[in-house]
Every structure is written in C-alpha cells, then in structure tokens.
Ligand binder design. Structure first.
Ligand code: IFM
Length: 455
C-alpha cells in the first residue's frame, strides 16, 4: 500500500533538521544598519498582505536567537537551515558591508556551534535590497554580479563555519509570484518579465557558485528548488498536455539549465519570449556542478484543462493553505528526477504543513502535522529504497512565522508563537519529531540503521 511502510531505515548519517528564513522570523527591520528590502516595501504597501502585517518584528528572532537555538537543540535535530538577509549585511546590495549585520550571524553561528548543531546557510530567501530593486532588481543583469560578490563575501566569512551554502531558495517563487502574478514582492505582474527574471536568477546562481569556489570555500554548495509532480485531472489528452507543460515550466525550467545546459523545448515553445535574452555562454555559467540539490516539497499540482478546473478529491485532506496532502507525490517526484537527471545528493530542504493550531492550557494538539510528517517520511523512505540518494530532511518550519502574503494567519511551525508575548510553545508534533529523531540517533549509536515505525 502506498505511503504505509511500517518500518523504514534511514542511514545513520542522515541529517534531521528544521528550517527558517530571515524575513519570516528576524524582525529588527531597521536595526543595526540593516537596509530596506523589497519585502519591507511590499508589506508596507496597502493591500498586499492579507492581515496587513509586516516582518518589522516577526518572531523577534534577532533578539531571541539564543533562546531559539536552545529550543532547536531540545528537538534533537542535527541541522538548522536559515537564511542571511542580504540587506542586513550589505544595506544597498553593493558597496559597503555592514559589520553589525555580520556580527548577528556570527553570534548565531557561535550559539549553534555551542549546541553542536551544524548550520545550513541560504543566501537568498527573497529579501533583495531595495536599492537594487530601484535599479531594476532581478530584471537588471547587473544584479547577477552583485549577487556573486555578496555570495563570495558571505562564504569568505562563514564558509568554514557552515555545512552547506545554498544560493537561491525557490527561484520559481521569485520569478512567477514576484514578477508574473505580483502576489509576492516586488509585486510585478508581467509574465514576460518573470521569464527574464528566472534566467537571471539561474545565472546569478552559477556566478555565485564560481565566485565561492574561486575562494575555495569548504562549505558544500547547492541550490534549493520547490518542486511538484503534475497529475492530469483526467485521462483526457487536454489534461495530459497541460500537466506536461506545467511540469516543464515549473520543474524542468530550473533543472534543465543546471543539469543539461539548456531550457526545455516544450516550455520554450509555450512562453512569452518577447523580452527574453540569454546568451550561449550563460548556460556554461549556469551548468556548474552542485554538491547537493535541495528539494522543497509540499503538494502535487493537479492539472485540469476544464473551466472551471477539476479539483483533487484529497483523500488525505488539505492543509490550512488549501494544499492537498499528497505524500505519494514526494516519492513520484524524486523517482522522476532520478530517472531524468544525473543528480547530486539530495536534501529535502522543506516539507511541512500549515494547520489552524489552537493553544489549549499550554498545549497544541496538532495530530494532523504529525501525520503529515510521518507520511512524508514514509514516502521519502520509499524513494530512497528505490535508489534516490537523499541525505537529509528539514521540517518547515521551526516556528510559526510570517507566511508572506498570508501574514501571520498560517501556522507552519513545530513551535507555536504567541505574537503578542513572543512566547514559544512546543507543539505535540515537535515532541513526536524529537522522539522520532532520538530513536534514529539511538540506532546510530548502536551501530545499526534504524527500523522505525512510521505508521
Ligand atoms: O514559508 C514558505 C517558505 O518561505 C518557502 N517555501 C514554502 C514555505 C510555505 O509556504
């Protein structure tokens, strides 16, 4: 039966982690010399965020990082994935570095080291310095060079203190949601511009890898892509064709340049190329070897060519985001990638669920989240058993936080955050995750791989 592996074995070296990003948790938006980012501008623009909130304070992690790392340690995880806010360390995205900004990340890394938690650093989780946006942002090819300079500086300072450095988190979101539909910062609704932006993001990734390798950074280098399988809603030719195109535009559009040095034909034939410029040499820059690939998986795409589109039945339910719970998609996705590309080691860098959590007498009973994680780990184990080389899993997210245009209304965390008091409460799912990891660790210490009940 699918997703019901009763026992599964993760290798002893498997990495268990939790993930966050800068703008979603740090707050301290105008402190210690941080420059404004496109998300500051966007959140302070009327009508962009459902609950009219901003990341000005968020989870106040900038001031509470030490307490937060203690909470991370209590989860038994052996990895923490976070991002550096570019405008905190280089307020204008070019020129002067902000030492106070670097000091914050240095303190965070010290604290993680004290707790023996390896750090996984992301360079770009969507908070472009506003000064670069004023100059054209990701539509301006020069931003790719600025990004490579920023990457090299972060790697020079922190490369020996982190396990991995990721260039971009989910470039699809920056391109499509940020520039195609306008739901995310910088709020541009121009599909042709989104295509050019995606190319510049990929190019900046390749230039950044080269810049970091030129200084011999010891950190492992990679990129994180959000991916899904595309299931045709019916067996009709129209649904099948639409699903194939969806996969080409969202998954292969990012994978092919990196692993094959070109864009997928099917997508190229079906996009607005009026504003598209890519040189042959760009593909040499983009196609740099990766030490790892990060895969973020939440749900599948259910693709219908009908009007109105057919919706999935959702036998396992839906998240508070309205996303179908579909763990089998993780197995299918990984096996598909494994067949099509020569993959480096993979980390599941994000997987998680928004639940309308309620706190009751200091307790959050979020069984749905535990079930979600358990089913996805079983799905992951299935893919690994069939030959996919996965090295780690990061739950998104460590704590409830600023969920972009959904504001604070959606809760993805293992820790519940009361935004009025900033009190963190460990949810039941976090206790399950903690105990699950402890079981894995015990098996590792006993010199075997763990057979852990996932169902
Ligand atoms: O919160 C986001 C994260 O920033 C990027 N990946 C998806 C998450 C949930 O929507």
């Amino acid at each position: 039966m699918q997703n019901t592996a009763s026992k599964t074995a993760f290798p002893p070296s498997f990495v268990w982690g939790v993930a966050t990003s800068a703008y979603q948790i740090e707050g301290a938006a105008a402190e210690d010399g941080r420059g404004p980012s496109i998300w500051d501008t966007f959140t302070h623009t009327e009508g962009k965020i459902i609950d009219r909130s901003t990341g000005d304070i968020a989870c106040d992690h900038y001031h509470r990082y030490a307490e937060d790392v203690d909470l991370i340690a209590a989860l038994n995880v052996n990895a923490y994935r976070f991002s550096v806010a570019w405008p905190r360390v280089q307020p204008r995205g070019a020129g002067a570095w902000n030492e106070k900004g670097f000091d914050f990340y240095s303190r965070l890394l010290d604290k993680l080291q004290e707790k023996n938690i390896p750090a996984h650093l992301t360079l770009y989780h969507w908070d472009l310095p506003q000064a670069l946006q004023d100059n054209g942002g990701w539509l301006n090819r020069d931003t790719t060079r600025r990004f490579a300079d920023y990457a090299a500086e972060v790697a020079r300072r922190f490369g020996a203190r982190v396990a991995t450095i990721t260039t971009h988190n989910e470039p699809w979101c920056t391109s499509v949601l940020g520039h195609g539909t306008g739901q995310f910062a910088p709020g541009m609704a121009d599909p042709a511009a989104a295509i050019q932006v995606s190319h510049h993001l990929l190019l900046s990734h390749g230039l950044a890898l080269q810049a970091m390798r030129a200084i011999n950074t010891p950190a492992k280098l990679g990129i994180v892509l959000n991916q899904w399988t595309a299931t045709p809603a019916t067996a009709s030719a129209a649904d099948k064709a639409k699903a194939e195109l969806e996969y080409a535009k969202s998954v292969q559009w990012y994978m092919d340049p990196i692993f094959k040095g070109r864009y997928p034909e099917l997508a190229l034939e079906n996009i607005d190329r009026t504003a598209f410029f890519a040189s042959e040499n760009d593909f040499i820059d983009i196609q740099q070897p990766l030490d790892f690939l990060g895969v973020n998986y939440y749900t599948r795409a259910f693709v219908s060519a009908e009007t109105p589109p057919k919706q999935p039945e959702g036998a396992l339910g839906f998240s508070d985001m309205g996303w179908e719970i579909y763990p089998q998609g993780l197995t299918d996705l990984l096996l598909g990638l494994h067949r099509e590309y020569k993959l480096p080691p993979i980390y599941i860098t994000e997987n998680g669920i928004a639940v309308a959590d309620k706190i009751n007498n200091g307790r959050v009973d979020d069984q749905l989240r535990t079930d979600y994680v358990r089913m996805h780990l079983a799905a992951l184990a299935d893919a690994m058993a069939q030959g996919v080389d996965v090295r780690g899993y990061f739950y998104w997210s460590l704590m409830d936080n600023f969920e972009w245009n959904s504001g604070y209304e959606k809760r993805f965390g293992l820790l519940y955050v009361d935004y009025a008091t900033q009190q963190r409460t460990t949810k039941d799912s976090a206790l399950w995750y903690r105990d699950f990891i402890a079981g894995q660790t015990q098996a590792r210490d006993a010199g075997s791989s763990a057979g852990i009940a996932l169902k």
